[in-house]
Design a protein around this ligand. Sequence first.
Ligand SMILES: [Zn+2]
Length: 152
Amino acid sequence: MDARNYLSNNINVNMVKNSPSKILIILNEGIEKAGQDGIKRLNFLVEMDKQTKNYLPNSSTMENLIEILGFETKKWIGKEIHLEIKMMRGREAVLGKHINDKDKEPKAGTFGKDIPVPNICAKCDAKITDMEKEYSIKKWHKTLCRKCQTMM
Ligand SMILES: [Zn+2]
C-alpha cells in the first residue's frame, strides 16, 4: 500500500508552512463534525494550491470570518482565506483571515459598494456631481449638495 494515500487531508500547521500560496478558497458551506473533544466544528471543503483539502477552522478563525463575511456560511463559498501560523495557547496553530476587502458586508448605516447611490442631495433633492457625492459621503456619511454641506 502507498502510505501517501493515507496522509491526513486536513489542513494543518505543516501543510500551511509548506504551501507556496498559503491561500485557500472555500468550496462549500461546511459540514458539521464533532471532534474527539466533542466540540462541534464546521468542516469545509477547500482548495489550496490546486488541491482539494478539508479545513476545520479554529474558533479564532471563525470569529475573524464571521466578522468580515457574516454568519451565513453559504455566503463564504468562493471566498479566499489567507492562512498564517500563530502561537495560540503555547502552540502553533493555523489562523485564517479573509483577504478581499471588497467582500466585506456593508455595515448598517454605511454605503455598500455594490449599492448605487443616486447623485441627489439627501436634504434638498438637488442634483450633485460624482465628485461632490464622493466628498460628501466621506465627510458626512450621506449625499449632500454643496449648499446643504455648508449648513451642516
Ligand atoms: Zn442640498
